[in-house]
Design a protein around this ligand. Structure first.
Ligand code: ARG
Length: 561
């Protein structure tokens, strides 16, 4: 039973209005009610003052067992749920449905394409891509919870002039053995070296351009080197993804669209959208107050926007998406606005279903981070540092713990993910180890530790049954937890609508905090048997909801710490 929907049904009945016109809010905590119905909106339909309407509704409200009290406050009607019935409903639902408690079928039959992470091959996989990876993965999980069929695509930057640079560098300063032995580190060294040397000797840029032209023309040597560099980079990326526990349905990078590009150029021509500018081909966007969208370079080469246009058309044809979501840093805002507009000008109605999800910058105390290349902070180094620091904390707190390495991995990486997802996307993220790894702060480790606490209690308790005297759970501290659990499915919906995973992280945090308050003020294992039983069931609920909630965000849990 969904209390909110039931209540809406009754209110629609009384007012004779459509269910969609009935708004129910969650009142502020000091009101103490479960739902509030503001009657301002009704005045327009019912031609009476909101206060009068509130009173009339309250008078006409039928006897329903799940509402224990109704209180008028001006134009608001506050509803109080019967605590016992409410507790029974929420707890029994969660304990029977388990993970399905958080799932719905709102998205049934609809496809959502998510384009995230998408690092550039042969360029370092740096912390800038970390946010796209973490946010994209969380959105994937959020939409999956709602029953959407999600398609996660890694739009690897695996084509472009950077490969010309790398081949030039390899030819000048590299060799096979070094690459075989050192993998991506050697590629990165060569890439950095190219830039240093090209500053002194600009003709290297011509050589790089030539190699890229060779790649585009199908030159075997160029393509073999390209493929080799790709394979090496991919191995490294997969390492990072495995550590983060992140999977993609497709690794279709930019090169995947090479043979789909000509059709796009032809179509743009046919639709009279292409104009020449300085030998290059562009789509003029002056009417929309944007710089032109570049389609073909002077040498005929395609560009980043060209490949995005081809990819979008391919994805629409292949996956018939309801939405195609792109997760990148804010600095690509214009790029997406431009080519979304081009898709619209091409006459595709689904242009409105393309969504750019942006996020703020990552800043960190780089002085405290070791960097391999000397230029950027690599994702792997960051994860290693998080794990090493966590291990130190664990060694201090619990020196006899088994599997310290595995647990440090779960907690350290969890701290990084949680820190990334704890604020609105657009806010910059700072890596402060002290704050992120604080077991008492608003952090991943705090929630994971609360989960461990519930595991400890449940383990000590041994067997208990689910015949619960729900009266025992009608105190404020228990009810707080139950209310928050009940709200979780709505929070998932809200997170999807706003494309904001922080709504989930904050809610998971609120539940962990509510449980710790409850735990602090109540004895569980030493309480009389009936009370003990009820509280153990509540503890089990928290245990489940924290695990499922963290999983949506991309965090793992450990039963001990
Ligand atoms: N490879 C790009 C970068 O690192 C991100 C790609 C985002 N996805 C897209 N379809 N453009 O900046």
């Amino acid at each position: 039973m969904n209390f909110k929907n039931e209540l809406i049904k009754i209110l629609a009945d009384i007012t004779q209005l459509d269910k969609n016109e009935i708004l129910l809010e969650i009142p502020p905590e000091n009101v103490g009610a479960d739902f509030a119905c503001p009657c301002f909106k009704f005045a327009k339909f019912l031609k009476k003052s909101p206060t009068l309407i509130a009173n009339e509704i309250a008078e006409k409200f039928p006897n329903t067992n799940f509402i224990s009290q109704i209180k008028i406050d001006g134009a608001y009607i506050n509803f109080f749920l019967d605590k016992e019935i409410f507790a029974r409903e929420v707890i029994s639902q969660l304990l029977t449905k388990k993970e399905n408690f958080l799932k719905s079928d709102i998205g049934h039959g609809k496809n959502i394409v998510l384009d995230y992470s998408s690092p550039n091959i042969a360029k370092p996989f740096h912390v800038g891509h970390l946010r796209s990876t973490i946010i994209g993965n969380a959105l994937y999980n959020i939409f999956s919870c709602l029953g959407y069929n999600c398609i996660g695509i890694n739009h690897l930057g695996d084509w472009g002039t950077q490969f010309g640079k790398l081949i030039t560098a390899y030819k000048n300063w590299g060799n096979e053995t070094n690459i075989k032995n050192n993998g991506i580190n050697e590629l990165m060294r060569l890439y950095v070296k190219f830039h240093d040397e090209a500053e002194k000797n600009p003709s290297l840029n011509d050589s790089a351009r030539n190699w890229f032209v060779k790649m585009q023309n199908g030159d075997a040597e160029a393509l073999n080197l390209w493929k080799w560099f790709n394979d090496i980079s991919m191995k490294e990326f997969e390492n990072v993804y495995n550590r983060l526990g992140i999977k993609f349905d497709y690794y279709t990078g930019e090169s995947f669209y090479n043979d789909k590009m000509q059709a796009v150029v032809n179509e743009l021509k046919e639709k009279n959208l292409l104009t020449e500018s300085d030998g290059a081909m562009i789509v003029d966007l002056q009417d929309y107050k944007m710089p032109p969208c570049l389609i073909l370079r002077r040498d005929g080469g395609t560009l980043y926007p060209t490949r995005d246009i081809a990819a979008a058309i391919y994805r629409k044809n292949t996956f018939d998406f309801d939405k195609c979501i792109y997760v990148t840093a804010l600095d690509q805002k214009l790029h997406f606005e431009q080519w979304f507009k081009v898709i619209e000008l091409m006459g595709y109605k689904w242009a409105k279903d393309l969504v750019h999800v942006t996020f703020g910058l990552v800043s960190l105390d780089s002085g405290k981070l070791s960097t391999r290349s000397g230029h950027v902070v690599l994702m792997e180094d960051l994860l290693n540092e998080a794990v090493a620091k966590t291990k130190k904390i664990i060694e201090n707190k619990n020196p006899n713990l088994e599997n310290k390495d595995e647990i440090a991995d779960i907690v350290g990486i969890g701290a990084v993910i949680f820190n990334d997802l704890y604020n609105s996307r657009i806010k910059d993220v700072t890596f402060s180890w002290e704050r992120m790894l604080n077991f008492d702060g608003e952090t991943g480790p705090y929630v994971q530790y609360t989960y461990v606490r519930t595991c400890g209690i449940l383990k000590k308790a041994g067997n208990f049954n689910n015949e619960i005297d729900y009266k025992i759970l009608s105190d404020d501290l228990s009810m707080n937890i139950i209310r928050l659990i009940n709200l979780f499915p709505e929070k998932i919906l809200e997170a999807a609508e706003k494309l904001e995973p922080y709504i989930i992280s904050r809610h998971v945090m609120a539940i962990a905090q509510a449980f710790n308050k409850f735990y602090h003020d109540n004895s569980i294992l030493n309480a009389p048997v009936q009370i003990k039983n009820a509280r153990l069931n509540l503890t089990l609920c928290v245990n489940l909801i924290l695990k499922f909630g963290l999983k949506i965000l991309g965090l793992k849990v450990s039963e001990v710490m």
